[in-house]
Design a protein around this ligand. Structure first.
Ligand code: CA
Length: 426
């Protein structure tokens, strides 16, 4: 005997269907399953990527230069560095040494009309050398660049070896360049170059985040203290290699390498001090090798990261009570937070809106190497994190130098080992 279809049974059936839909809705918004494609391999130290809407990808290699991968897969060399091969167009002043070389690349928000891109590289045009941000114009055929204009020419470069870990020339350049979609300005991250006076200096452009227009002029409202170079947005940094802008409020968030302890993720405020000051004699610290206390008190051997942090903090709130506190310090470890991006789009499920941070891996003094991509759920006020988890990678981990969200909504990741991966959420 069939059950009678009554109004109440229909209502009950509809209600249970509705509950089922809600349940499925919740179940649907969960972590995606990832797959990957090797977009490029055999590269020499790929450092950064920047995309056009159609998937065209500009990319840099630290010691070779700038190239572009077309949606067809064809690759065209655009601007080579001294001693590179395979480039018709070579800028002989551009060179690599140690951590320095050709680094960040960004596409102008008005690329469709002005054909401009921006590249940061080390250059020998001055002595000592410097790191520069160059503006280039790309040909209609995407096969050449011209009209180079160096819009920032005074970012420090470390010219000589010093008595420090990784103490060779070229250390700590920062190197990321990114446009903030909210204000349209170009943000440039720089490093302390193992020079104690640089991060807190009002006039030296290392250990900073610069915020400039496309001619290299200071953006209005940078807010640095009186007497500071007007291009400075934030200062007191060690080595910022990651910067990304939070969807919704476009707040700048940086990822910064720590000194044997405390990689930091910091939500920036205009004019803010990151609180890194490796000068001798600061914070009760004595003289330090080559006047740089960054690895004190025991730079060549392992010791408890908490003791290090107490002695030489990444954010010295005793000396600088108003410094910007990090939202996260990688559980007091230094593993190489090299790059950052925000995931955006329904395809990322629960991860939509989370910050991804590529971690290169440094196994010093008993620290786990930790090569991975972290998913960071930043608190609304930027002062802490709601959650941090490790992305389950669809490939073997490596030294993640760059993570970029592509125009197709997929994540692109470059590894020092030579690959650029496309990571697809399913
Ligand atoms: Ca800091």
């Amino acid at each position: 005997m069939k059950p009678a279809l009554t109004k109440s049974s229909i209502r009950a059936a509809l209600a249970s269907t509705a509950i089922l839909c809600v349940t499925m809705g919740v179940a649907h918004a969960q972590a995606p399953t990832l797959s990957q494609t090797v977009l490029m391999s055999g590269l020499e130290g790929p450092w950064d990527m920047a995309f056009l809407d159609d998937g065209t990808m500009f990319f840099t290699e630290k010691c070779r230069g700038l190239s572009v991968r077309l949606p067809s897969g064809d690759v065209k060399p655009l601007l080579g560095m001294v001693r590179s091969s395979g480039f018709d167009n070579i800028a002989y002043d551009l060179f690599c040494e140690g951590q320095a070389g050709m680094m960040g690349v960004a596409v102008d928000p008005d690329f469709a009309s002005n054909r401009r891109i921006y590249v940061m590289s080390t250059s020998s045009l001055t002595a000592p050398a410097s790191n520069r941000v160059m503006r280039l114009e790309v040909s209609e055929g995407l096969d050449a660049v011209s009209n180079r204009t160096d819009i920032v020419a005074d970012i420090p470069f470390k010219p000589r070896s010093s008595a420090h870990p990784f103490g060779g020339p070229g250390a700590h350049n920062g190197g990321r360049v990114r446009f903030n979609p909210g204000d349209g300005f170009l943000y440039v991250t720089t490093g302390d170059t193992h020079n104690g006076v640089v991060p807190q200096s009002p006039t030296l452009m290392g250990g900073k985040v610069l915020r400039i227009d496309t001619d290299g002029n200071a953006a209005a409202g940078n807010g640095a203290p009186d007497g500071f170079d007007a291009r400075i947005f934030t200062y007191g940094h060690r080595n910022v290699q990651g910067i990304a802008f939070r969807p919704g409020d476009n707040r700048a968030v940086v990822a910064e390498h720590g000194p044997w302890h405390s990689d930091e993720i910091t939500a920036l405020v205009p004019g803010g001090n990151g609180g890194w000051d490796p000068r001798p004699g600061m914070g009760g610290r004595p003289d330090c090798p080559d006047n740089y206390c960054g690895y004190s008190p025991n730079q060549m051997e392992g010791m408890d990261p908490g003791e290090r942090a107490a002695f030489m903090p990444m954010t010295d709130l005793n000396s600088f009570p108003d410094a910007m506190p990090p939202a996260w310090n990688n559980n007091r470890l230094s593993q190489g937070t090299g790059s950052a991006a925000f995931l955006q789009g329904e395809q990322w499920g629960d991860w939509n809106g989370r910050m991804v941070v590529g971690i290169m891996g440094i196994g010093f003094g008993g620290t786990p190497v930790g090569q991975r991509i972290d998913l960071i759920d930043l608190a609304e006020d930027g002062l802490s994190v709601n959650d941090v988890s490790e992305m389950p990678l669809p490939m073997e981990p490596g030294r993640f130098r760059s993570v970029v969200l592509g125009p197709d909504g997929n994540l692109y990741a470059a590894m020092d080992e030579g690959e650029i991966y496309q990571i697809v959420p399913n």
